[in-house]
Design a protein around this ligand. Structure first.
Ligand SMILES: Cc1ncc(COP(=O)(O)O)c(C=O)c1O
Length: 426
């Protein structure tokens, strides 16, 4: 049964006509996936960046199992439950003091939709109708729903929907060379007082190539935005929960955004969950005797108790000294790896922050998700028992925090062999 290609499934981000049959995974433990033939793969990308504690972590599994025997789901309007209360309190405890209200949804895209709607309705509820514009960064990715696509880069992934997206002003990501120009453009964009919100992936733009920027320049923009009453939304769906070496990427900033979107690592990869956390003053604009000021948004699985129980267990593991030390260890190992490969001739750039290292391979095709080298690298590594998923010519490692030295060494050495074998096509 398992060997057959299932004719009833349509896989995501997959050209079903040309893609190789999917590998059937039978079980997984920690950093290792086991396929139906018993072949092992080190999951060096935490399965789309979610499994921060590896697979089948027994603490999280037990938390879900215990919760499943008590309460598996309940409508979250008019009702509440302990796992949701505990999680909200814990998130508020570890986030900067600006944040005080937690709104639940069920994935990264919905956490972004919620943030955008919250920001837009915040102004609407106060009869400030001109503040409707949104600013985002070029090369952004915020998800696949319509609002999230609208604030993301326009490319082949969303070309078919371009007429149905709302208008967004896009700004270059600031760096040491363009900061003056970007600041000027940003100031011009917001001077009419018609901008509702500025959304960004802080420090790392993940899906569009693990592009990284320095906190000081982002800080500068946030500070300008805040002087002009523009709500700043940090999309930490990817960067949240230790990925950047700190609990959140915004922990590197002096200026705290007013809304943060979280998902992916929140449940340690066990259950889908999204949260959007906002400042008290945003919540206050919805707190009213007028029903029309209500935030009319919700999903069937909002604050699912099993997902919240998983998140509570995952958060506890993350905050434990041993996990924090492990994050530092991965960071140190990445630095040593970078040292080893930095002089390879076919590398255009190496980017690194925290547990993420990205290698942009130099090819004549140029940097793009559709660069064909990505597929060759993917297949080579898979064959060697390492799962990575290059973004075109950008290879990256984003391992579960429980990865051990041997596993990490194997990932590095497979990548080094792979990089050495790639012919420099220039
Ligand atoms: C920064 C960012 N925001 C939002 C999303 C969308 O999350 P999801 O795939 O859970 O909808 C992603 C997914 O990769 C992401 O990287």
């Amino acid at each position: 049964m398992t060997k057959e290609i299932n004719q009833t499934i349509w896989h995501p981000f997959t050209q079903m006509k040309t893609a190789a049959p999917p590998i059937h995974i039978e079980r997984a433990k920690d950093c290792t996936l086991y396929d139906e033939d018993g072949k092992e793969y080190i999951d060096a990308i935490s399965s789309w960046w979610v499994n921060i504690h590896g697979h089948c972590n027994s603490t999280i599994a037990e938390a879900i199992s215990d919760q499943a025997k008590k309460l598996e789901q309940v409508i979250f309007a008019g009702f509440t439950h302990t796992p949701a209360k505990v999680l909200a309190n814990s998130l508020i405890d570890i986030l900067p003091a600006t944040f005080s209200k937690v709104f639940y949804s069920d994935n990264g895209s919905t956490s972004v939709e919620v943030a955008l709607k919250m920001a837009l309705q915040f102004w609407h509820n106060q009869d400030i109708y001109q503040k409707t514009k949104i600013i985002a960064f070029e090369n952004a990715y915020h998800g696949d729903t319509f609002g999230a696509m609208s604030v993301g880069a326009k490319n082949a992934f969303n070309a078919a929907f371009s007429k149905h997206m709302f208008h967004v002003e896009f700004l270059k990501v600031p760096n040491s060379e363009n900061i003056d120009q970007v600041t000027k453009e940003f100031q011009e964009l917001i001077e009419q007082n018609d901008v509702a919100a500025f959304i960004f992936e802080p420090l790392i733009q993940g899906s569009n190539g693990m592009l990284m920027h320095e906190p000081e320049y982002l800080d500068q923009l946030i500070s300008i935005a805040q002087q002009k009453n523009v709500i700043c939304i940090a999309d930490e769906v990817m960067t949240g929960f230790g990925r950047t070496g700190r609990n959140f990427a915004i922990n590197y900033l002096e200026n705290t955004p007013e809304i943060i979107c979280l998902s992916k690592g929140i449940t340690g990869g066990f259950m889908p969950l999204g949260v959007t956390v906002c400042a008290q003053y945003i919540y206050d604009a919805f707190y009213s005797d007028e029903r029309s000021k209500t935030f009319f948004h919700g999903h069937s699985y909002t604050a699912n108790p099993l997902a919240c129980a998983a998140a509570n267990a995952s958060l506890k593991l993350l905050l434990d000294k041993s996990c924090q030390a492990q994050i530092k260890e991965i960071e140190k190992s990445h630095l040593a790896f970078i040292n080893q490969i930095k002089n390879l001739s076919n590398i255009k750039e190496i980017r690194h922050r925290g547990t993420i290292v990205a290698i942009e391979v130099d090819t004549t095709e140029g940097s793009s998700y559709f660069n064909t080298i990505g597929k060759d690298i993917y297949n080579f590594c898979l064959n060697e028992g390492v799962l990575i998923r290059p973004l075109g010519n950008v290879i990256y490692i984003m391992p579960p925090y429980c990865i051990n030295k041997l596993e990490l060494e194997k990932v590095y050495s497979v990548l080094i062999i792979c990089l050495n074998q790639l012919k420099k096509e220039k």
